[in-house]
Write a new protein. Structure first.
Length: 83
C-alpha cells in the first residue's frame, strides 16, 4: 500500500509540474505575440506616415505646376431673346 500512495504523490507532483510548465510556456508565447503585434503596428504607422508625406508632396507639386487658377468666364447677354 505504501507504494500506491507514493505513486499517487509522484503522479500529482508530475501533473503540477507539467501544468506549471504549460502555464509558463503560454505566458512566453503571449509575450512574444504581443511584441510581434506591437512591431507590426509600428511598421503600419511608419508606412502610413511615409505614404502621407508622399501624398502631400505630390499635392504640393501638382499645385505648383498648375499655376494660378484661371479666372471664371463671364456669361454674355448676346443671343437672348433674338430668336
Amino acid at each position: 500500500m505504501a507504494t500506491r500512495a507514493s505513486e499517487a504523490r509522484t503522479t500529482a507532483i508530475k501533473a503540477r509540474a507539467e501544468a506549471s510548465f504549460r502555464k509558463e510556456e503560454r505566458a512566453k508565447e503571449g509575450a512574444k505575440a504581443m511584441m510581434e503585434y506591437q512591431a507590426n503596428g509600428r511598421v503600419v504607422r511608419e508606412q502610413m506616415a511615409r505614404l502621407k508625406a508622399l501624398r502631400l508632396a505630390k499635392q504640393a507639386a501638382d499645385e505648383a505646376t498648375a499655376g494660378p487658377p484661371a479666372s471664371p468666364v463671364k456669361a454674355t447677354k448676346s443671343g437672348r431673346g433674338k430668336r
